[in-house]
Every structure is written in C-alpha cells, then in structure tokens.
Design a protein around this ligand. Sequence first.
Ligand code: THU
Length: 134
Amino acid sequence: MDKDVLIKEAIKIRDKAYVPYSSFPVGAAVLTESGNIYTGCNIENAAYPVSCCAERVAIFKAIANGEKTFQAMAVVADTNRPVPPCGSCRQVMSEFFDAQTTIFLSNLKNQTETLNVEALLPFSFQPGDLSASE
Ligand code: THU
C-alpha cells in the first residue's frame, strides 16, 4: 500500500472542505482492498452538530459505492501533531474496518503517526455486542 499516495489524496480533498464555522479543514482518504481510493473532507452546517468529519465522509462514500473491505486510511489537518480523529469517527472506523486496518494520521508538517483501528478505539462496541446469543 502506498502511504504517500493516500496522504497526498487526503491533502488534495482537504481543499474542498466546507468549514465556514471552524476554519479547520480536514482531508481523508480510504484505500479499499481492491485498490480504489475514496476521499472526504469535513462538511459543516449552521446547526453545528449536523456537521460531518472528513473521515466519515470518505468512509460513507466508499460504503455507498458498495465497498466492503479496506486496507488503510489517511487523515490530514494543519495540526501541531498528527491529527487525532474524533470519537465518532473512531467508532465508524471500527464498524467498517478490521481491527488491524492501518490508519495514517498526518499533518502539514509531514509528521505521520501510523496505527490501527484497535489502537485508536480499544474495547469498542461491535455489531456482535447487540446480541448476547451470538
Ligand atoms: N474534524 C474532522 O473532520 N476530522 C477530525 O479528525 C477532527 C475534526 C472536523 C470537524 C469540524 O468540522 C472541524 O474539524 C473542527 O472540529
């Protein structure tokens, strides 16, 4: 998997972020098992909680295109450390990605933290937890 390509795609889509309220653009790119890349930026709303993070936009685009398996994701923002995803996005990652799926967290200073879904959200609520008999 090409980490640099994925990060570059996240940086590119970041320019499309709709962030009139936070002025904090974020870009994300997800790589599917078959090699397709889906990108997302954060999209805000005057009703603030309706806003959606870049990570979820990228993942939902991939899911809406019928993708089922993922290799990696990259997230980029202009932060002093590699950007940490919010809790809601970590939960969405844990729904659709394997625990070992690689996540590249990056910033514009070219600093990248590489970790996996399990490390980002340990002991996460899983679909299997909905039924005690399964
Ligand atoms: N945001 C993301 O898109 N991804 C993150 O990982 C952190 C936060 C967005 C949400 C909101 O539009 C803005 O950044 C400020 O929180």
